[in-house]
Design a protein around this ligand. Structure first.
Ligand code: PMP
Length: 396
């Protein structure tokens, strides 16, 4: 068979993000003592009330085709929670449900971008953005999130790369991998640029519910942005439901028929019993969500405390999310070399920052994805690794 041109565009650029992870998984399979902090999959179980809702739905024969854009109860629950956080009334008809936020991003790209368009994404960039954008024939233009700004977006960088071909911004705040959020003045500057240049904003907010310091601020909540923004989110991270595959988009009503046509052409809706459980997560899962958020915040503080003793490594508490993005430039190693050697020397698997883009160089992403004790143990192994490195440097 001869694969289509599309297959080349979605092949990505061979991201370095997974190199250490793949080796770590192999070792884990051989029974070695590996602490896997290199993937964004929560270690928590999906809360029991949500699992029970799915079991009930299965017993109730909720195993048939669902309405193409999503079950009315789930869309109403998404609209209600989104209205509260956005500060304007989201109508359930503006919601489309997908098998995960990833599918929402792909669907939106297909329905919004044309070949030759330019789409701006900050880097470090979540690794799937490049193939999603490229799948449409559009080109991704990256703007740096700088370590010296704690990876906060500088709207002036954004303004510099806008051209007449720019069609959209794809933002992801709270940000994977850096844990940075979008401050009010940054969001206002983004909103002004989007409106001045007649752009679309795709706002990937899958970590919104895991904001520690301040409540999440969506750029879609600012004046004039509702009609220009597609908000994307899911239950994957907030409710430890990565494997359930349930996400959504909120867009102006004019996009809905197109997104539904895409759904019809591609995956034909999301399983009823999954959507029933998702509705329970949103309507009755508040306590569980608060517990998950508190656990990540506690783990982040714990790891930052342990890593304070690591020579050459700088760890700041993230503002949100489930990752700590540590600066290892002081060790003299690249993120890639640090991650590779750390795995070999200690069995701790982290993700090299270079895998997310040049501004991630000299950093590693550490997933807060294991219990306090094991995470502290990982931290101690990292400290010992950094201390040994300093010893080697002195000896050399
Ligand atoms: N966007 C970002 C920034 C992510 O980190 C992820 C998952 N790692 C996704 C989207 C996709 O999430 P989902 O499981 O809902 O498809």
């Amino acid at each position: 068979m001869r694969p289509s041109h599309l297959t080349r565009r979605i092949a990505g650029e061979g991201s370095d993000a997974w190199i250490t992870h793949d080796r770590a998984v192999e070792r884990l399979g051989r029974g070695e003592d590996v602490i896997l902090l290199s993937i964004g999959d929560p270690d928590f179980d999906t809360p029991p009330a949500i699992r029970e809702a799915a079991t009930r739905a299965l017993a109730d024969h909720r195993t048939h085709y669902a309405p193409i854009g999503g079950e009315p109860e789930l869309r109403a629950a998404i609209a209600a929670t989104s209205s509260a956080s956005l500060g304007w009334t989201v109508h359930p008809d503006q919601v489309v449900v997908y098998p995960g936020a990833q599918a929402a991003l792909y669907a939106l790209a297909q329905c919004l971008f044309n070949p030759g368009d330019e789409v701006i994404a900050p880097e470090p960039t979540y690794v799937t953005y490049q193939p999603v954008i490229a799948s449409t024939g559009a080109a991704m233009r990256q703007v740096p999130l700088r370590p010296e700004r704690q990876f906060h977006l500088d709207p002036e960088d954004l303004a510099r790369v806008i051209t007449p071909r720019t069609r959209a911004l794809m933002l992801n705040f709270p940000h994977n991998p850096t844990g940075a959020t979008l401050a009010l003045d940054e969001a206002q500057a983004v909103a002004a640029l989007v409106q001045r240049h007649d752009l679309v904003l795709i706002s990937d907010e899958v970590y919104a519910a895991l904001s520690f310091a301040t409540p999440h601020l969506s750029p879609a909540s600012l004046p004039g942005m509702a009609e220009r923004t597609a908000v994307v989110s899911s239950l994957s991270k907030s409710h430890a439901m990565t494997g359930w595959r349930c996400g959504w988009s909120i867009t102006p009503g004019s996009m809905i028929p197109h997104l539904q046509n895409l759904a019809r052409a591609m995956y034909f809706g999301v399983a009823q019993f999954i959507q029933d459980a998702a509705a329970v997560a949103l309507t009755a899962g508040g306590e569980e969500l608060a517990a998950i958020r508190a656990a990540y915040a506690r783990r982040a503080r714990l790891l930052v405390d342990v890593l304070a003793a690591a020579p050459g490594l700088l760890a700041r508490t993230p503002e949100a999310g489930m990752y700590l993005f540590a600066d290892v430039r002081g060790t003299g190693l690249s993120g890639k070399a640090f991650a590779a050697r750390l795995l070999d020397a200690t069995g701790v698997a982290v993700t090299p920052g270079e895998g997310f883009g040049p501004s991630g160089a000299g950093h590693v992403r550490i997933t807060l994805g294991t219990g306090d004790e094991r995470l502290a143990e990982a931290g101690r192994r990292i400290v010992a690794f950094c201390e040994a490195g300093r010893g080697r440097e002195r000896a050399g």
